[in-house]
Write a protein that binds this ligand. Structure first.
Ligand code: AHR
Length: 516
């Protein structure tokens, strides 16, 4: 280990060119070292619209190059992101899913009607083997969501036995009969999804009881796998603090490893606004909602601290992102949307929040990976494009498993009409090789901020950076211009006597890297 980061002071002075403010950012001294879990950079793939079918999965017979029906270009792009985990099969879909209908010969599988998402009839050709083999291909850890809303304890117990039991048992034998000898590693198990809504419309008190019943039978089936099963309780939506309080009060710590939290950056659920060609009011509204994540995480964590001061139980924000109206009513239930610089700003600020709360937030799952909501990948027949959100996830991947450098600062404000939002969001970390990364987002639509970073205590040299920005706030990558927005080298960075001076343009994200 290098000398403790906490012993020095990093002073960062922000000077807003328009407002003339000076902001000092300090490393909080003597803080306990916290590792930023790689799982904060997790993803989510639901049977919804074109995420699984015609997104990940095109079938073995497709002309699009694939491995067991999964697009090779999607796999390559996600591996480049170092995707640490993937949550499946939902979402709301999970509480209707019968896993046994998705195993065995594909021709013999019954169909399922996707009740939550458009009423489409699926042929179950993408099932448990397909998903877990995909995770192996991606070198990522699977996170299965069990059906609590319309399923039974026995079905969930059987799914665990089927996927993870190495010995002889009815389900392990069935798995072998279906062509898979060795169990898979399935560390993460969701006990239902949004139990307060599509997962059964339960009260917190009722769900706490149901949770305990399920969790009791969700045991470790593979003695060779030393990592115990992580049971994730279906968590609150946004500011429902009563939900978190009730679960923490009623569920004994030995029965739960993580509580979930969902929050989407939506201003009005009945009129979410367009994913492209939005005006500044809509941009500001989306960012206002996205930045609420900071408050939600802080307050849910504070409740958890009262019951679990040692922070044994993690907070998993297993659904987050921007959600806009589909282009026509016909597409309702498909949730395909374009992804613009607004989404890049949502991703950058939200990931900074998660990094800064890494002591409690140990997983997060962006909704959703391909062709649905704030996707990192969009596909159209054989074409594939990487969205601005993809590039943010890639630029921020440097924080995975690094040690958080806690910062203390006050941001200049982004003013719009009568409202203000903090313009600048920051997080920083140091990785095992001693590389320091500082990620800065400026959400202001007009004002560039000049920043002075006093890095003398870090003794950094070779300071360099990447920037993601574009000419217009509404810009996006289309299938015609798929590389319109992509990271560029960031310059100039003026480093003199340990003080770096740089200017961050409006609606842009910079990640700096320095070597100690
Ligand atoms: O991500 C889309 C949906 O949003 C999920 O199915 C559900 O959990 C949430 O309401």
């Amino acid at each position: 280990m290098k000398p403790l980061l906490q012993t020095f002071l990093l002073t960062v002075i922000f000077t807003s060119t328009a407002l003339g403010q000076k902001i000092t950012i300090k490393v909080i001294p003597d803080a306990q070292p916290v590792t930023i879990s790689k799982h904060i950079y997790g993803h989510f793939a639901e049977h919804l619209g074109r995420c699984i079918y015609d997104g990940f999965y095109v079938g073995e017979e497709s002309d699009i190059p694939n491995t067991a029906g999964v697009r090779n270009d999607v796999v390559a792009a996600l591996k480049n992101l170092k995707i640490p985990n993937l949550r499946w099969p939902g979402g709301c879909f999970a509480d209707t899913y019968q896993w046994k209908d998705g195993i065995g010969p594909k021709a013999d599988r019954p169909t399922i009607v996707n009740q939550w998402w458009g009423g489409s009839t699926e042929d179950n050709s993408f099932g448990t083997h397909d998903f877990l083999n995909l995770c192996e291909l991606l070198e990522t850890e699977p996170y299965l969501s069990a059906n609590v809303g319309s399923g039974t304890v026995r079905e969930t117990e059987d799914w665990l036995q089927y996927t993870t039991h190495s010995g002889t048992s009815p389900m392990a034998d069935l798995r072998r009969k279906n062509g898979r000898e060795e169990p898979w590693r399935v560390p993460y198990w969701g006990v239902g999804n949004e139990a307060w809504g599509c997962g059964g419309n339960m009260s917190a008190e009722y769900y706490a009881n149901i949770y305990k019943q399920f969790a009791t039978y969700m045991r470790d089936w593979n003695p060779e796998d030393e990592t115990p099963v992580v049971r994730v309780a279906s968590g609150a939506s946004g500011d429902d603090y009563h939900w978190t309080e009730t679960l923490m009060k009623n569920i004994k710590p030995h029965l739960v490893e993580a509580l979930a939290l969902h929050h989407y950056a939506v201003t009005d659920w009945s009129a979410k606004g367009p994913s492209v060609n939005y005006d500044e009011a809509q941009y500001f509204g989306s960012l206002r909602e996205a930045l609420k994540m900071e408050t939600y995480v802080t307050k849910h964590a504070a409740i958890m601290d009262r019951y679990d001061p040692e922070k044994k139980i993690a907070l998993y924000v297993d659904e987050w992102g921007g959600w806009y109206d589909t282009e026509s009513a016909l597409q309702n239930g498909v949730l395909y949307q374009q992804n613009t610089m607004r989404d890049a700003m949502i991703a950058a600020t939200t990931l900074n929040t998660f990094n800064n709360h890494a002591d409690r937030v140990r997983m997060a799952n962006l909704a959703q990976t391909v062709n649905v909501l704030q996707a990192v990948i969009l596909t159209k027949e054989e074409k594939l494009l990487l969205t601005p959100t993809y590039h943010i996830m890639k630029m921020y991947a440097v924080h995975q498993e690094a040690t958080l450098i806690p910062l203390d600062f006050t941001s200049p404000m982004y003013h719009f009409r009568e409202e203000n939002l903090p313009a600048i969001s920051v997080s920083a970390s140091r990785d095992a090789k001693g590389q320091v990364h500082i990620s800065l987002a400026n959400i202001d639509s007009k004002i560039a901020h000049t920043i002075e970073l006093n890095l003398s205590a870090l003794a950094l040299d070779n300071l360099r950076g990447e920037i993601l920005t574009s000419d217009k706030l509404q810009d996006y990558n289309s299938f015609e211009t798929p590389e319109k927005i992509k990271p560029e080298t960031f310059s100039p960075i003026n480093l003199k006597q340990g003080v770096a001076t740089l200017k961050i343009p409006p609606f842009s994200v910079v990640v700096l890297k320095g070597t100690q």
